[in-house]
Ligand binder design. Structure first.
Ligand SMILES: Cc1cc2nc3c(=O)[nH]c(=O)nc-3n(C[C@H](O)[C@H](O)[C@H](O)COP(=O)(O)O)c2cc1C
Length: 192
């Protein structure tokens, strides 16, 4: 079990991000379940807005290649995304767009999406908890031929979802996160 590697990617760079907080909570859950978990910041992989002319001129940015390789050494990936105007924020979409352009030696483009399991979660101050962003992200990842597990978590009223010990306080949220974590572990192990 210790060899199962899970990557957690928060889709926000904002100081005090609700999604980074949920990502950290999820990372703890994965660790408690016995996975070898890494939580990154997309701030460590800054990318320009995708532009075909830029790709033609300069190739795919090194940060996209590095992030693709980082994903490639993990068996499962959790993306925790904000919701912007009923969809995924540009940071998340732009990152995925660049990842789909990475061409590593002796590997078909997009292989990194096909070879591992993905889970998705969102946190928002709204009642819907970013549900529409999850629908959009599921569509995008599925179009990349990723296996996206059915369990997901949309954390409603996310600013008030934690107790004084920084734990999720609503049983339904705890259960949803736990089910997501266990399913990503199970499906990732199956795909190893
Ligand atoms: C441009 C923009 C659009 C937004 N649209 C939505 C939305 O459609 N649904 C929603 O629940 N929250 C929306 N929000 C609020 C975000 O969910 C909120 O700012 C959240 O805290 C962002 O995630 P973060 O805390 O991880 O940075 C929007 C925020 C911004 C800046």
């Amino acid at each position: 079990m210790s060899s199962l590697k899970i990557l957690v990617i928060p889709g926000s760079l904002r100081t005090g991000s609700l999604n980074a907080r949920l990502a950290a909570t999820a990372a703890c859950e994965f660790a408690q379940a016995g996975a070898d978990v890494t939580c990154i910041s997309l701030g460590d992989f800054p990318l320009p807005i995708y532009d075909g002319d830029l790709q033609t001129k300069s190739g795919v940015p090194k940060n996209a290649v590095n992030l693709k390789r980082m994903i490639g050494v993990h068996h499962g990936v959790l993306i925790v995304t904000p919701e912007y105007n009923s969809s995924v924020p540009p940071l998340v979409k732009n990152t995925i767009d660049w990842l789909t352009r990475v061409q590593d030696a002796q590997e078909p483009r997009g292989q990194v999406f096909r070879e591992r399991a993905f889970a998705i979660a969102a946190a928002s101050e709204s009642r819907l908890g970013g549900t529409r962003s999850l629908a959009a992200l599921r569509l995008i990842l599925t179009a990349c031929h990723a296996t996206v597990i059915p369990n997901q978590l949309a954390l409603s009223f996310a600013g008030q979802a934690y107790d004084d010990m920084d734990r999720l306080k609503h049983p339904a949220d705890v259960e949803s996160l736990s089910a997501l974590v266990q399913q990503l572990i199970d499906v990732s192990q199956h795909m190893m």
